[in-house]
Each structure stands twice: as C-alpha cells, then as structure tokens.
Design a protein around this ligand. Structure first.
Ligand code: NCD
Length: 304
C-alpha cells in the first residue's frame, strides 16, 4: 500500500507516468469514467479549501466512484478531541482511499501510520502540498513542453507557502532547472527546503526585487502571503502587499513566460494580468482534477 505524503514519495518515472495518464484522460475522458465504480474516496479537510477538495471529489466522481466528505473539523469527532490516529482507523473502515488536509505539519504522516488504505497529503500546515505540485508539473508540461532547463521564479511567501516547498523538492530533480527566490527577508525559503538544492548543486539566487529578475524567468510562480500561519496580524499587514504583479511589471518579461499561482489569490496578481495569454493560473486549476484522477488510479492500482 502506497501513501503520498511528500512529492519525493514519487520517482521521476512515476511522475512522468502520472502526467501521461492525465494527458490521456484529457483526450479520452470516456475511457476512464467507470474505472473506480464501487470505490470511495474520503476527503478529510480540517483547513479551508476550494480547489483541492473539489478537484479531488470531482476526480473521483469522474472515475465513477463516490465520495465521503468531511469539510471542517467542527462537524466531525475531531471537535470532541478524537486523535488523528483514531479518526483514520475509523475512516479506513469506510473508504478505499483518503485525502487529508490538516493545519498541523506531519498530521498526514501520522495518519499514514494508522491507515489501512492509501493516504494522500492534501496540504499539511506550512509544510508540503504534493498534489498541488503534481498539478503544477502537469501545467508546466502543458505550457512549456518540458520540466527541465527552466528558470523558475518563486515569489511571495516562501516561508509558509507549502506549495513552494513541494515544488522546489520536485523541480530540483530535473536537469538544468534554476530557481530565483523572490521574497521579503522575513518570508525567505526555510533552510530545510534548501538542503536538496545545496546537495544537488542546483543553482539558485535569492532577492527581494522581482522587477530586476523578471527578464530571466521562464516561469513566475506567485503565492499568497499565508495569513493563517502568522503569529501576529501586524506582521501580516506589513508584508501582505510586498508583491503585486501588474501588466507594467511584466513589460520586461519573456514573451513566453508562464505565470502560475496555486490560488486563492488575494492581492498579489492584479486582475488586469488575467487577460495576458501568459497567465496560466486558471488553466492550472483545470489540470488539478486530471492529475488527481491519475493519482487515484495509481494508488488504487486500477488500469485503464
Ligand atoms: C494552496 C494551499 O492550500 O496551500 N491552495 C491550494 O491548494 N490550491 C495555496 C494557498 O492557500 O495559498
């Protein structure tokens, strides 16, 4: 039985296969519509979510399966003080696969120790978000046609942004990838996330100035300042508008730049950028469902 807690739980071959399956689903959706009949996905979301939860649920329905959903801690026995271990033992009796989002870093790992079905980490605190990264990798393949030899700019809250941490762990495994890390001093990438960059001698630079690095970038991955992870509101207010992407700031960008964002956006990309053909963030949302369909099939060991 496989669990997906971190993106590094998947080999590069497996990621390539998931991307191929997702692309085949996009082209031949009917081939896939009954493959998970009689299977149930439980979505346990103890933190807010729109895209991740609904794309997991839409993915399971499109595979012909069914969904058991808990969308907030307050409506489950977690509110009565039940442990993650006991909740997971229980849900394992009802569902064939579990997607879990939790505010505490490591909760899905604990869940995986007690589950008798596959557990997928759908975001744990400020730590990891592997299925967003699969979505991002599929997006990059669709937009750029490759995952290697790219200069990837990551901008915003690189400290608490779990999507950034997982994307760095994934992309540093492809040759020729270079990272440009753009954030305020207080929101720099944590040192543990940089370990694989140092070990693999992956080039990266750090700056506070987005404008000066814009011409180098093949991908610009914008992120929201993660208000819910701050210890005090004043710091959040001071930092929240550090970067606001506008059409003017894109003037010296490459004509084939790909602009991504895991969403939700708060203020960090002006709506005027949405008209720019390089803005890929709503296409990115669409890909999330297909890659999750591919992942569910892989973990349930269902062949098309
Ligand atoms: C992200 C998350 O939850 O980490 N959203 C998502 O899953 N698409 C990004 C965010 O909340 O800023």
């Amino acid at each position: 039985m496989r669990h997906i807690i971190s993106i590094t739980d998947l080999s590069l071959d497996e990621i390539a296969r998931l991307i191929d399956t997702a692309r085949d689903i996009i082209e031949h959706p009917l081939k896939y519509r009954d493959l998970c009949r009689y299977k149930k996905l439980a979505t346990l979301f103890f933190e807010p979510s729109t895209r991740t939860r609904l794309s997991f649920e839409a993915a399971m329905y499109e595979l012909g399966g069914q969904v058991l959903a808990v969308s907030e801690a307050a409506s489950s026995s977690v509110a009565k003080g039940e442990s993650v271990a006991d909740t997971i033992r229980t849900v394992s009796c009802y569902a064939d696969i579990i997607a879990m989002r939790h505010p505490k870093e490591g909760a899905p790992t604990v869940a995986s120790f007690h589950a008798s079905v596959p557990v997928i980490n759908a975001g744990d605190g400020g730590h990891n978000h592997p299925t967003q990264t699969l979505t991002d990798l599929l997006t990059i393949m669709q937009e750029k046609g490759r995952l290697d030899h790219l200069t990837v700019g990551l901008c915003g809250d690189l400290k608490f942004g779990r999507t950034v941490h997982s994307l760095i762990s994934a992309m540093c495994r492809y040759p020729g990838v270079r990272f440009v890390l753009v954030s305020p001093e207080e929101l720099k990438v944590p040192s543990y996330v940089k370990i694989p960059l140092k070990q693999g001698q992956v080039p990266y630079s750090q700056t506070t100035d987005l404008r000066s690095v814009m011409p180098e970038l093949d991908i610009l991955y914008m992120t929201r300042v993660q208000r819910e992870r701050f210890f005090n509101e004043d710091d959040y207010i001071r930092l929240r508008d550090s970067y606001i992407l506008t059409p003017e700031k894109l003037e010296n960008a490459k004509p084939d730049l790909t602009i991504m964002h895991p969403l939700p956006r708060v203020n960090e990309i002006s709506v005027a950028v949405d008209q720019d053909p390089r803005a890929a963030y709503f296409r990115q949302v669409r890909y999330g469902k297909y890659i999750r369909m591919a992942l569910i099939l892989m973990l349930l060991e269902v062949q098309a």
